[in-house]
Each structure stands twice: as structure tokens, then as C-alpha cells.
Design a protein around this ligand. Structure first.
Ligand code: NCD
Length: 314
């Protein structure tokens, strides 16, 4: 397995299953012994460039770097960057790479992070590019599934909600397709089905299958994992369509009665209406644990991209 030092992470396929396993093992070690890594990235600087709103992704990256003893610079809205003056992403990233050791970018345009990486001398991490990919959410999701289910293969995974614009879904499907025996249940309204490139990822996978359905209630009993998503309001062309579709699926205590005892409910968050608050108390609801796992896996990722993953354990 090659080192991840100096690499960028733009979409889930950039890392092999073995490289991901290395990151998850590292995340587990960090969770057990956080004190070991508290100065591991001392003197390193992470640039956090968020051209779109974020709570978890930005703050988990920033706290991850701070918990490694590193420093953080950046902005949390495009309005406070030179983007408003018309600067290109390529120029912004080339400049920021002069100041930092690693750059994390969220941007509304699909493909923008790839352009950024082509113009950067330091590793670039895609923290979400429009409706395309969100590979660090996927590391978070896979670590959560591994921790909760004890495996990443032979699973029945329901993905429910906005499968068209939901980048976390696109990345999760791509990443899971490399494990054996995965069966996806794609649960969405007709207008919000997964793009064809996501179906191709499934078809190219290691014997994965999929079923497209409109009916969550009919699928839920078969699932090991139910991954809920919000309808992505900001990617709709008109508000009427959003209003019509936004409450297509609402997971509540009644629906949870139809699910297996060991099924877990995941959500990348933020949630709007798609999971009733009453579900939070159900031990099968793991979405806040998932958010915490995101910080640990980002700590592991930062260490690996900076080539610092061995030092703390010597
Ligand atoms: C997701 C995103 O930004 O794509 N949020 C996150 O990063 N945890 C999901 C969403 O916004 O719906």
C-alpha cells in the first residue's frame, strides 16, 4: 500500500479499499489515545476555504487540525474571499498553497476541487463540490458502518431522499461498490432518482445489486443501514418543486417499528423534516455518533496526507 503523503482527495475512488482501511485503523487508534496525536501536526497549517455554508464539515476539519496541534486559517463564506472580486478558484488555491500545508475546499460548482488540485502544490481535499461528490463525508459514513456493523461487505443499504442532488449519496455509493455483496435500495421520488453515473458505479462494482423504489415502508424491513438525506433546496431551479418534494419521506417512530432490531439509521446532517426528533432516542439512530466519527477520520486523513501518521506511535 502506497503512502497517502502529498496526495489529494477529490472523490471516493481516489483511495483504494486498503488505503481506507489504513485510515479507519488510524482513526480507531486516535479515538482510543487522542493524547498521542495532540502535537502531531504542530507547526502545520490547514487552509479551510468554504464557498458554501457548512457546520459539521468545516468545524470537524478545523477541530481535527486543532486537536493535532496544528493551526487553521480560512473563510466560511465566499463573500469574505476575493471570489467576489472575480478571482478564479485556480488563483485562490495557488495563492493559499503558498501559506498552508493542506487545503480543504467546499464549492458550489461540480469539478471545482479538481481544478483547484491541478493548481495546488499542497494536498487538496474536496469538502463537497456542488451536487457531485463529498469524499470525507463518505470516510465518516464508512467508519460509522464499520464501527456499528463490524464490516463493510454483505450489507443491505437503503438510501432515501434526494438521490439526485445529494452528493453524500453519490460518494457513498461509489465507495461501497468496491466491497462484496452490497445491495442498494434507492428510495426516492421519481424526480429525485440517482444520476446515471451513480448507477454505472454500482454496475462496475464487485457484484453489487440495486433496487429503485418509491416506497420506504416496503424496503425498511430488509435493511442493515438506512441512510436518510434532506432534499437539497439550494440545488433546485424553482421553489415550488422543492416545496412539493421536501416532505416526501419522513422517518418516525411508527416507521421504525417496521425496521429490524439491528438496522442503523444514518444521516449526514443537517436534517430538516426527514427524521422526526422522536427517532433520536432510538438506539438504532447513530447520526450524532456519525458526526463525531467525522472528526476522528479527518484527523487520520490530515495526518496521512501530511505523511505524519507513523510518528505518534513510535
Ligand atoms: C451534507 C453536504 O454538505 O452535502 N452535509 C454535510 O457535509 N454533513 C449533506 C447536506 O447538506 O444535506
Amino acid at each position: 500500500m502506497g503512502s497517502l503523503k502529498g496526495r489529494s482527495l477529490l472523490e471516493p475512488g481516489d483511495f483504494t479499499a486498503e488505503e481506507r482501511t489504513m485510515l479507519f485503523d488510524l482513526a480507531d487508534r486516535i479515538t482510543e489515545e487522542p493524547g498521542r496525536v495532540s502535537a502531531a501536526a504542530a507547526s502545520k497549517i490547514l487552509a479551510s476555504l468554504f464557498f458554501e455554508p457548512s457546520t459539521r464539515t468545516r468545524l470537524s476539519f478545523e477541530t481535527a487540525m486543532l486537536r493535532l496541534g496544528g493551526q487553521v486559517v480560512g473563510f466560511s463564506e465566499a463573500a469574505s474571499s476575493s471570489a467576489v472580486k472575480g478571482e478564479s478558484i485556480a488563483d485562490t488555491v495557488r495563492t493559499v498553497g503558498c501559506y498552508s500545508d493542506i487545503t480543504v475546499i467546499r464549492h458550489p460548482k461540480e469539478g471545482s476541487c479538481r481544478v483547484a488540485a491541478q493548481n495546488s502544490d499542497v494536498p487538496v481535499v474536496n469538502a463537497g463540490d456542488g451536487g457531485h461528490h463529498h469524499p470525507t463525508q463518505t470516510l465518516t459514513d464508512l467508519l460509522t458502518i464499520r464501527r456499528e456493523k463490524g464490516r463493510l461487505d454483505h450489507l443491505k443499504i437503503g438510501l432515501c431522499g434526494d438521490l439526485k442532488f445529494g452528493r453524500t449519496v453519490h460518494s457513498l455509493v461509489k465507495a461501497m461498490s468496491v466491497y462484496e455483496g452490497i445491495e442498494f435500495f434507492l428510495i426516492s421520488p421519481e424526480e429525485l432518482t440517482v444520476p446515471s453515473y451513480v448507477i454505472r458505479d454500482i454496475e462496475r462494482g464487485r457484484g453489487c445489486g440495486y433496487t429503485e423504489t418509491r416506497n420506504m415502508g416496503a424496503a425498511i424491513g430488509a435493511l442493515d443501514v438506512l441512510y436518510m438525506t434532506r432534499v437539497q433546496r439550494e440545488r433546485f431551479f424553482n421553489e415550488e418543486d422543492y416545496i412539493r418534494l421536501k416532505d416526501s419521506y419522513i422517518l418516525d417512530a411508527e416507521k421504525m417499528r417496521g425496521a429490524g432490531r439491528d438496522m442503523i439509521v444514518m444521516h449526514p446532517l443537517p436534517r430538516v423534516n426527514e427524521i422526526a426528533a422522536e427517532v433520536d432516542a432510538d438506539p438504532r439512530a447513530v447520526y450524532f455518533k456519525q458526526a463525531k466519527n467525522g472528526m476522528y477520520v479527518r484527523m487520520a486523513l490530515i495526518l496521512a496526507l501530511l505523511g505524519l501518521e507513523e510518528e505518534p506511535w513510535k
